[in-house]
Design a protein around this ligand. Structure first.
Ligand code: GCW
Length: 682
């Protein structure tokens, strides 16, 4: 029934382009698998499945290299000396997780080798090879050496033990704690497989708003069962550590990180976990943030807390991912400044196996935020990226928004922290300051919905996240192209318009929700739909009015020198640009400046008119998305076509809702008429 939806980007449809089918059939005659591990078997099975389906005939699996044009799959240690000789040098071009795909000549016969330094790397190579076919790329004379640029490529599941998912819009958690450890749902295997196909190598199973129970033996036994499945696909399991766990499940009176009994409790806990899961990845910690317990409850700081946990996992090679998502209602002057103010001074103080996890922007996963000032500003501390794949502030799994565009914008941003070219990508892949640890995390948008992500196009955000975690320099357009071809069709008449729609979709959501640097004006709590008027929440910085600051004079948050001076947290070159409303990119204008309703925009419009026109543009663009999709009907199976069509219908309705609600509300302050071209609210 939901076959197509469920298979995500691993459809392996038969190649319909006859020229390519001919090439592949000529180039691929057999498979020789050299390894014998479980992971090798998985790689072989995948290759058989993919090739048989795509080529439409059964490819011979041989035990020897008989004949030519075999796909020879195996890790370096499995290659015989003759084969190894032909490819030896290529190994210098890859790291531990990298792969080689290469046509070689062996005894005067042409063969295709897929290899790497271990079986997981080979598996990555197999998926890459299959992707080339899925996307109809020529494989003639292939010679590829590719390695992931980051160490930790990880999903953060905000999954609770009762299977609800915080900010999850695709059903319940995949982890069926009640049936684990003995019942291994096929879904766990499929999940691992799909993640391996895009190079994801870690998963945090539990919500950062953590429940300490996960660390009890009853649950660790279940975690172990999942780890046993995921390991074969190169995926390490991590858990969130609730800072007060020593009290809640350990019977101690305190969780003070300087208390010896507390430190020992964590050491014992780590030992217990590693006994079950020798390759356990480590802990992700949200401490002293939004009411979560942390070291500050005991007069200690983030360094004390992180280092104490780091010591516990260090003997086993574990890491601590310590989140910098902190802000306090006691310093409500500017929430955007707080993480930097608190964490930057800790630079150089964390143990080697601590990596600080920073959200892409300083507020919270908005449709657009300028990059977080902490990137590049901690020169002696590895910083990892936290993207949100689930669309908490971007219309849940209901609106079509292609997020790799957002991710790419942030990764390409130049922090100037070590001179021109100090991009965020170079910070997170560790190359800027030569960090040993590097990583990219994505808050997962996955649940037990039949299609995994709720919206069929939200699958592209999972896919794109994985591809960018592997290589933060990839282009969002290339990724969209790959995804569309692997997921739907290689027909150019489909690809061209639908890719264009995807690439535009992020700007579209910005236009109809938060144009020109507006942010956090979603309705409160759930963050769905407009709520710029909300002003009665207990914490001032939770109120949308705190962020837009609309009044008779104008609108926007003055974060320049005349305001909160948040701009000073950036390198001077960036600070200068953001600080002046004339040089500040218009897309961030109201993020950094409070400007009058008559302020002149670059296109000559007044701010009020320009803003109204942007809202209208967003609505128009969604309408265009509907047209594009309707024209794509003949290239798509009925089920997915209808789903997307209905969802776009909702998106259109809600884009208008956003436009009308925001303009009517802001109009009370601007006191101005809507310009020509903007539909009057009904
Ligand atoms: O985005 C906000 C969410 C919270 C979340 C928090 C965080 C897990 O609204 O639901 O809590 O950020 O990232 O810790």
């Amino acid at each position: 029934f939901a076959q197509k939806d469920y298979k995500l980007w691993l459809q392996y449809d038969q190649i319909s382009n006859s020229q390519m089918a001919q090439e592949y059939n000529a180039e691929i005659k057999g498979i020789v698998s050299l390894g014998s591990s479980e992971t090798s078997k998985i790689a072989l099975k995948e290759l058989e499945l993919g090739l048989n389906n795509m080529l439409g005939n059964k490819i011979a699996v041989k035990s020897k290299f008989e004949g030519s044009n075999n796909v020879i799959v195996g890790a370096k240690s499995n290659l015989n000396s003759e084969l190894l000789k032909t490819i030896q040098d290529d190994f210098n071009a890859i790291n531990e997780e990298g792969f080689i795909i290469k046509f070689i000549s062996l005894k005067n016969k042409k063969q295709i080798v897929i290899t790497g330094k271990n079986d997981i790397a080979v598996l990555y190579g197999v998926y890459h090879f299959l992707r080339l076919l899925q996307t109809n790329k020529s494989i003639k004379n292939l010679s590829i050496a590719d390695s992931p640029k980051t160490n930790i490529r990880i999903l953060n599941h905000w999954d609770n033990l009762d299977r609800t998912v915080e900010r999850g819009y695709a059903g319940f958690s995949l982890w069926n704690w009640q049936k684990l450890p003995d019942f291994i749902d096929q879904r766990y295997i499929d999940y691992a497989r799909v993640n391996a196909s895009i190079g994801i190598n870690g998963t945090v199973l539990t919500n950062v708003n953590a429940n300490a129970l996960i660390l009890t033996p009853q649950y660790l036994e279940k975690v172990e069962a999942l780890a046993n499945v995921f390991r074969l696909y190169g995926i390490k399991v991590y858990l969130t550590a609730r800072f007060s766990a020593p009290i809640e499940i350990g019977g101690l009176k305190t969780a003070d990180p300087k208390d010896i009994a507390v430190a020992n409790w964590w050491k014992d806990k780590a030992k217990e976990i590693y006994k079950r899961i020798p390759d356990f990845g480590g802990f992700l910690v949200k401490a002293n943030s939004e009411g979560q317990p942390g070291p500050q409850n005991y007069g200690r700081d983030h360094v004390d807390g992180a280092n104490m946990l780091a010591d516990a996992v260090a003997p086993f090679g574990g890491v601590i991912m310590w989140r910098a998502f902190v802000y306090s209602e006691h310093d409500a002057n500017d929430r955007a400044k707080q993480a930097y103010a608190e964490f930057q001074p800790y630079d150089g103080k964390f143990k080697d196996n601590v990596i600080v996890q920073v959200k892409n922007g300083a507020i919270d996963f908005q449709p657009r935020e300028p990059f977080h000032p902490l990137f590049g500003a901690m020169k002696k501390t590895p910083i990892m990226m936290e993207f949100q794949i689930t669309q908490e502030y971007l219309g849940f799994s209901t609106h079509l928004v292609y997020l790799p565009k957002l991710f790419q914008e942030v990764l390409e941003a130049d922090t100037y922290q070590a001179g021109k070219g100090s991009t965020v990508a170079k910070v997170v892949d560790g190359s800027l300051y030569k960090n040993k640890l590097s990583g990219i995390a994505g808050v997962a948008n996955i649940g037990n919905d039949l299609n995994w992500t709720g919206h069929p196009f939200a699958q592209a955000n999972w896919y794109g996240f994985g591809r960018l975690a592997w290589d933060p320099y990839l282009d969002a357009g290339v990724i969209a192209d790959e995804w569309l071809r692997s997921t739907f069709s290689n027909n150019e008449n489909f690809i061209k318009p639908v890719k264009k729609m995807m690439l535009q979709s992020r700007e579209t959501v910005v236009d109809y929700m938060t144009p020109l640097g507006l942010h956090h004006i979603m309705d409160t709590g759930h963050h769905y739909g407009p709520g710029p008027w909300v002003s009665n929440l207990s914490r001032p910085e939770w109120n949308p009015t705190y962020y837009h600051k609309a009044d008779k004079n104008g609108i926007g948050f003055d974060r320049s020198k005349t305001g909160t001076n948040a701009t000073a947290q950036y390198a001077s070159q960036v600070e200068k640009i953001f600080d002046n409303s004339e040089t500040c990119p218009e897309q961030d204008l109201l993020w950094f400046h409070h400007v009058s309703w008559d302020y002149k925009l670059k296109n000559g419009q007044t701010l009020w008119n320009g803003m109204a026109l942007k809202y209208q543009e967003g609505v128009n663009e969604v309408h265009e998305m509907q047209n594009t999709w309707n024209n794509a009907e003949k290239y798509v199976d009925e089920e997915r076509f209808k789903e997307v069509q209905m969802l776009l219908g909702i998106q259109y309705k809600e884009a208008k809702w956003w436009r009308d609600a925001c303009l009517l509300y802001f109009q009370q302050y601007s006191g101005k008429e809507l310009p020509a071209g903007v539909e009057k609210p009904t």
